[in-house]
Design a protein around this ligand. Structure first.
Ligand code: HEM
Length: 222
């Protein structure tokens, strides 16, 4: 088993598993965040966010797993990229990459790095203030009005532009990554066509939904 995960195929498989896990996280994150545009003054959004932010199972079990998943996915992505580059240099003296792969498939490392940079920025915007309220000031009630914080964040046009650009990169990363992950776990069968349509809908739909949330809060205050 250990040898499998050290092999190139094993690493791709593990990479795909971490990708599925992150895609599941992204879906639930989106489903909670979309409630911030409901016309109920943040009642649903604040309730769900407060639950996610204070429930011990979410905080002490799911969040550490999520953090590990994110770090694992990025570190493994870099390792696979280095391996691929080495393999390409050895095998093909004259390599015409453009002939057999799309621009995005060759640049997953670039879109991945943009998403990583976005996450650090995003943690600083949303996660750090919550952690400070909860664990440094010892006052979890302080960050109960999540909608207010979201509105404050998306009042700034520069932040909105940065977020929207990051969401476009997220879509590009997912468009190639989702199919690639299905391939790595061997889902190359009669369902492939259906899976491809599903991954396209997900990869465009979720980032577009995030863009709508950011723009909604921006234009609602200007
Ligand atoms: C309009 C878009 C977004 C909004 C309004 C938003 C909002 C939030 C909020 C309020 C939190 C902290 C509250 C909590 O603990 O649940 C949070 C945390 C987080 N967000 Fe986002 N987010 C957005 C997009 C994204 C995207 C696209 C990603 C990933 C690529 C992402 C990844 C994370 C992660 C990893 C955390 C920390 C884990 C967690 O607390 O659940 N977010 N976000």
């Amino acid at each position: 088993m250990g040898r499998f995960f050290k092999s190139s195929i094993g690493r791709k498989f593990a990479m795909a598993l971490s990708a599925f896990f992150l895609m599941f996280f992204l879906l639930q994150h989106f489903l909670i965040n979309i409630t911030s545009i409901f016309p109920d003054n943040g009642k649903t959004f604040n309730k769900l966010s407060y639950f996610m932010g204070t429930n011990p199972a979410v905080q002490y079990v799911l969040q550490p797993i999520l953090l590990f998943g994110v770090i694992y996915h990025f570190v493994m992505g870099f390792i696979l990229e280095i391996q691929n580059r080495k393999a390409r240099q050895v095998k093909y003296a004259k390599n015409n990459d453009g002939a057999n792969s799309t621009w995005m498939s060759r640049n997953m490392i670039i879109s991945g790095t943009v998403i990583l940079a976005f996450m650090l920025f995003h943690f600083n915007d949303f996660w750090v203030p919550e952690i400070v309220d909860k664990f440094i000031e010892g006052n979890p009630q302080k960050s109960k009005d999540y909608l207010h914080h979201v509105k404050v964040m998306f009042k700034n046009p520069i932040r909105v532009v940065v977020y929207v650009i990051a969401f476009v990169f997220l879509a590009l990363h997912l468009l190639h990554g989702f199919n690639s992950a299905f391939q790595s776990v061997g889902a190359n069968n009669k369902y492939t066509k259906g899976l491809k349509s599903f991954s396209k809908i997900y990869s465009i739909g979720i980032p577009l939904g995030f863009i709508i949330i950011a723009l909604f809060h921006f234009f609602n205050q200007h």
